[in-house]
Design a protein around this ligand. Structure first.
Ligand code: ADP
Ligand code: ZN
Length: 729
């Protein structure tokens, strides 16, 4: 007797498995990872096998049999990973497992998800018939002649020679052609089909040494802890990854390369495909469901042996994994915002450990966590021997406010760029035209009706828009309170800066890159390529302009509000600011023409900004780690955040107090609870936040998870939305 323990793929609380089923012979091989349709009471549900057992606690006559096998399922090690995520990130087994299963499992019911079509090929009998061995109709003859050159599908035959399906059917019946179903691969857009393998440049001494050290790590991956590849911007980290991946493939193993979210992926993918060709599969959110499914199956079948993509690519169904690379490991997109709130860096660590793979984390701005924990390999210089660009701090506290958001020094530098016919990147980390609209007469200020935040002026659409809930209203011409018509738009966002630059620096082209201009597939890439094609131009935008791309002709990078990210009440504010300023600075001076950087700031003395100005990661991290140690923040503790929201303020208050009391009771030694603290109202809901700071990670997670499950089960938290976030960013 063989028992399958099946976890239902639904988040309904009553259906929390696993449940035992008796495996009948008729279903063929069933193993961990197989997806089944099973009877459940009077219903049929989809579930995945999480364990095969010899016995059940239930007597055999009480055990039902699965109805049928639904799909290919996934690798057993990924089932473990999915269940681990469910418990590590306080989610449900169904959600954790959903990450590990083929795209679309459990959501769409049956349906073949491969795209198939009929291919026609000529048989030996068909060739003889053409040579006069049999009587052929005119259409039949034409069809066979076409097929002499190679296999064709019905659509192609119709287009080339007007062949209809009746003719093909008849030819098939006569045995003159063979017709068979084949899978058609839906290729991701822009994937370099059959692209000629690009040659690797000769590695620099520093790159070779890094590759050698990493290759030796393949034999001894050190329990999956990982190695930090700390290389300044432009130090050629990607070439190191490529050489390492090639070595892994030579050894008959496979590799995953994680890259940050956003439109970056096509560029990163392009470099890998150019070098490794069709062995590379991509998994990212811009794929159609069909493309994603096909790429996933290519990985599962072993047709592709490298997977490149953002965080979810960590679940690529590869066998014999040998390497996981996390490029730009500091990037916040590695943390998923919705349930399950997993951190792909931690998932990668777990997967590397379980599979004996080497984990490599690359960045110019390591996280304090990685810096303090990991062995390091350094690439201290740029590949071309260029020095890092000098950074000039411009103190905006002394600036004349009438000068506007761009300082005189910055204007001078931009004018120089225009004169010399070079390129500049300007960053302001806020989209829209202006962040505040106020009535000059009575002081009325336009806020969002659903959230406690200001509405942002968007000139292009002539609207006021809330950046939290997307509430939008027409830009008013007069004040609803006093009827005044003098309304002032204060502060600056990307739209205003774009306009200012275009006016002052005409005829230089100005391109804007932010969430508004880059929406839609390919939007991001097309703006970057338009900028690339100009001889001399300016790229202005939000933090998107600081990431990933490599334009050698950029000789000026300017950041207008370097400390905007510092003003967030968050212990990671310094870390984030340092990384953003350093990354933006790294866009400048990537060629012989050299380059410079201007940083406008109200806080020139803050460690994140002063160290970024000297490209001093080590100095920044030393100070930051001291500060974290004193405050007891990560990496010296672990955080768990519980967020509650409700439409009525008293409801959320009492729920927060209840949760706080229960969690506090349940917490193990080494953990403390902070809060409840109010958060600003968003999407018409009042919010509260609890924070647990702990040095006993596993016990604290378990305690929080169990307590919340209990409260949810006895319906104490009706009408409350609750989210638990382990390692919140
Ligand atoms: P990073 O990811 O460290 O910022 P990249 O890998 O993007 O750096 O490399 C920066 C630039 O240098 C790229 O244009 C890349 O093609 C080029 N490059 C990298 N290594 C070499 C090398 N060994 N020789 C010549 N060019 C190189
Ligand atoms: Zn809103």
């Amino acid at each position: 007797m063989s028992i399958a323990r099946v976890e239902p793929l639904t988040t309904a609380r009553a259906l929390r498995g696993p449940f035992d089923y008796l495996i009948p012979e008729r279903l063929g091989e069933i193993r961990v990872g197989t997806v089944l349709e099973v009877p459940f009471g009077r219903r049929r549900i989809t579930g995945v096998v999480v364990e095969i057992a010899a016995t059940s606690e239930l007597p055999p006559e009480k055990l039902a049999e699965p109805i049928r096998v639904v799909g290919t399922g996934t690798n057993p090690d990924l089932i473990d990973l999915g269940l681990w995520i469910a418990s590590e990130y306080c989610s449900t087994p169904a959600r954790g497992l959903g990450l590990a299963l083929p795209p679309g499992t459990g959501t769409g019911g049956e349906r073949t998800r491969f795209r198939v079509e009929k291919m026609n090929s000529i048989t030996e009998a068909g060739r003889e018939a053409l040579d006069g061995g049999a009587r052929l109709g005119a259409k039949q003859k034409l069809a066979l002649q076409q097929l002499l050159e190679g296999d064709l599908n019905g659509r192609q035959l119709a287009a080339r020679a007007g062949i209809d399906s009746t003719t093909l059917k008849r030819l098939g019946e006569r045995g003159l052609i063979e017709r068979r179903q084949v899978h058609v691969r839906r290729r991701p857009e822009g994937s370099g089909v059959g692209a000629a393998a690009a040659n690797a440049p000769e590695l620099t001494a520093a790159q070779s040494e890094a590759v050698d050290r990493l290759v030796s790590g393949l034999d001894d991956p050190g329990g999956g802890e990982g190695v930090l590849l700390n290389g300044v911007t432009g130090s050629g980290k990607t070439e190191v990854y490529l050489a390492l991946v090639e070595e892994v493939l030579r050894r008959g193993r496979t590799a995953i390369v994680l890259v940050p979210e956003i439109g970056l992926t096509p560029q990163a993918v392009g470099r890998f495909q150019a070098r490794l060709g069709d062995r590379v599969a991509v998994l990212h959110s811009a794929l159609t469901a069909g493309q994603r499914f096909d790429e996933w199956q290519r990985l599962k079948a072993g047709d592709a042996t490298v997977c490149v993509g953002p965080r979810s690519a960590v679940f690529a169904p590869l066998e014999s994994l040998g390497l996981i690379v996390i490029d730009e490991e500091h990037d916040s997109s590695y943390k998923q915002e919705g349930d399950p709130r997993y951190d792909a860096r931690e998932v990668a660590r777990r997967r590397a450990r379980e599979t004996g793979s080497l984990l490599v984390l690359g960045t110019a701005t390591p996280r304090p966590e990685s810096w303090s924990r990991l062995a390091r390999i350094e690439l201290p210089d740029r590949v071309d021997g260029q020095s890092m660009p000098p950074v000039e701090l411009v103190d905006m506290r002394e600036a004349d406010p009438r000068q506007g958001p761009i300082h005189r020094r910055t204007w001078e530098a931009l004018a120089e760029i225009r004169e010399k016919g070079e390129k500049a990147i300007v960053m302001i980390n806020r989209r829209g035209f202006a962040p505040w609209l106020t009535c000059q007469t009575c002081g009325h200020h336009w806020g969002c009706p659903n959230c406690d935040v200001s509405l942002i002026v968007h000139r292009e659409s002539d609207q006021l828009i809330c950046h939290h809930c997307n509430h939008a209203e027409t830009l008013p011409r007069r004040c609803p309170e006093c009827g005044g018509t003098t309304l002032s738009q204060t502060g600056a966002g990307t739209q205003r800066i774009e306009r200012l630059l275009a006016e002052e620096l005409s005829p230089m082209p100005v391109f804007r890159l932010d969430a508004d201009t880059s929406a839609g597939p390919g939007g991001h890439a097309s703006i970057l390529s338009a900028f690339d094609q100009e001889d001399s131009a300016i790229l202005v935008g939000t933090q998107m302009v600081a990431k990933g791309h490599d334009f050698p002709e950029v000789t000026l990078a300017a950041i207008l509000d370097a400390d905007a990210t510092l003003r967030f009440p968050d212990f990671r504010a310094e870390e984030r600011t340092f990384s953003l300023v350093t990354q933006l600075a790294g866009r400048s001076g990537r060629s012989r023409a050299g380059g410079r950087v201007i940083v406008q700031t109200l806080a020139p003395g803050s460690p994140s900004i002063s160290h970024a100005a000297t490209h001093d990661s080590a100095g920044f991290l030393a100070g930051e780690l001291d500060r974290r140690r004193e405050l007891g923040y990560p990496p010296f503790s672990h955080l768990i955040r519980i967020q509650l929201a409700a439409e009525a303020e008293p409801d959320v208050d009492s729920a927060a107090n209840l949760v706080a009391a229960r969690v506090d009771d349940a917490l193990p030694a080494g953990a403390e609870l902070l809060g409840p603290a109010p958060m600003f109202r968003a999407r018409n809901r009042y919010r509260r936040r609890l924070l647990i700071r702990s040095t006993t990670r596993a016990e604290s997670i378990a305690a929080v998870h169990a307590t919340i499950e209990e409260l949810l089960a006895d319906r104490s938290l009706k009408n409350i939305t609750l989210a638990i976030d382990v390692d919140p960013q």
